[in-house]
Design a protein around this ligand. Structure first.
Ligand SMILES: [Zn+2]
Length: 389
């Protein structure tokens, strides 16, 4: 009897021991898992709680033309934020921010009263307004300087330069093509706080300075660009055209001196559709399409029948090769037959008899095209009887 009880107890102890050991092993395993394998994750969570991070915006690189004229630069603006735990007088904060930032009380109140480590009230605030808010010296209100893209000439080369979005990232044109070089690297201000979000005394702010973006030097020439823009606008009006494009290129190295596509748009207000657009009746999709249409660089994106522009090449080759001389005469009845097709001249009745020079002045199709297409016609071309072939 005595022995039996002892055995029973011993067995019970063994069972309890193993159960405890098993649970302990499980707990230790979990602890190892949390401390070793998940330490980064929890460290990050703790940092989130104890560190407040504000970014220092990097200045975006300028876009500068070949004469040194700055076509795209930055203006200093401010971002106004509030730190909930540091606000001492919420009502004053709300009324000041409403007044200075021109926001509704409801909007500001919601953000001021929100329990978060930092809440952005408004970005892209004029430096003047930012300075004024700073001068109130309100606890819990932070005014950080920021940059906003600014285009000194508003519409000049708008479709070439492109513009940036709310976070200063390039959206179209050179701004997006050279984004990587222009954007720079944002810095941060790191502040240590206690669990309630109050900044710790004696803990210095940790600053990682921003690295400004590279400047972009382009071959455009502001003066030539402006001259072309005026010329294009004149043609746009005279011909009541939908758009007019001009490209000025140095034929020796292909550098572009001017690229005009009128109507241009205001780079400082790129989301405003042209005057007279009935935006009220448009769906979002239609507005989007209209904006994309307005931003479109026709001279780069649209296909263009190279007919008349190619005449310069064919006639230059013909002159250089001695196939024609400037005083050779041609006869244009309004069309030419090449192989199996009839090519119409733009003047239906024909230009009649004309010299090579007159043919070029008239932009006469016959004078330019035929000898390139059918080289064996060279002789008959010279005699002006190529139309009978
Ligand atoms: Zn003709």
């Amino acid at each position: 009897m005595f022995d039996k009880t002892k055995t029973y107890h011993r067995r019970k102890i063994v069972v309890v021991f193993f159960m405890c050991a098993f649970m302990l092993a499980g707990l230790m395993g979990r602890l190892v898992y949390l401390m070793v394998f998940r330490s980064d994750y929890y460290q990050e969570k703790a940092d989130d709680l104890h560190e407040r991070e504000r970014s220092i915006k990097a200045a975006r690189g300028k876009i500068i033309d070949s004469t040194g004229t700055v076509l795209a630069t930055n203006r200093t603006v401010c971002t106004v934020s509030v730190i909930h735990s540091q606000i001492k007088d919420p009502e004053t904060v709300i009324s000041v921010l409403c007044k200075e930032l021109n926001l509704s009380e409801e909007t500001v109140r919601k953000r001021v009263e929100k329990v978060s480590s930092i809440e952005r009230i408004k970005a892209n605030v004029d430096k003047e307004t930012g300075d004024k808010i700073r001068s109130y010296d309100l606890a819990g209100v932070k005014v950080d300087e920021d940059f906003k893209r600014y285009y000194p000439y508003d519409t000049t080369a708008s479709k070439v330069l492109g513009f940036t979005g709310s976070d200063n990232q390039g959206i179209i044109g050179l701004e997006v093509y050279y984004e990587e070089y222009l954007k720079g690297i944002d810095g941060t201000i790191l502040t240590q706080t206690d669990a309630r979000g109050i900044e710790l005394d004696g803990e210095a702010e940790e600053r990682v300075e921003a690295v400004p973006g590279n400047n972009l030097h382009v071959t455009l020439d502001y003066n030539i660009q402006m001259y072309c823009e005026q010329a294009a606008k004149k043609v746009l009006e005279e011909k009541e055209a939908e758009y007019v494009s001009i490209i000025i290129m140095n034929p020796k190295d292909g550098s572009i001196y001017a690229n005009v596509n009128v109507p241009e748009f205001d780079l400082n207000n790129p989301f405003v559709l042209p005057e007279g657009t009935d935006t009220a009746s448009m769906t979002d999709q239609q507005k989007n399409d209209a904006l994309n249409q307005m931003w479109r660089n026709q001279s780069v994106n649209d296909t263009y029948e190279p007919g008349s522009t190619f005449k310069i090449i064919t006639s230059t080759i013909a002159l250089e090769e001695g196939v024609v001389s400037v005083n050779d005469t041609f006869s244009c009845p309004g069309f030419a037959i090449v192989e199996d097709r009839k090519i119409r001249c733009h003047k239906v009745r024909g230009h009649g008899t004309e010299t090579f020079i007159q043919g070029i002045q008239n932009s006469c199709k016959q004078v330019y095209t035929i000898w390139i297409l059918v080289p064996e016609l060279e002789n008959s071309l010279k005699n002006g009887d190529f139309l009978e072939v």
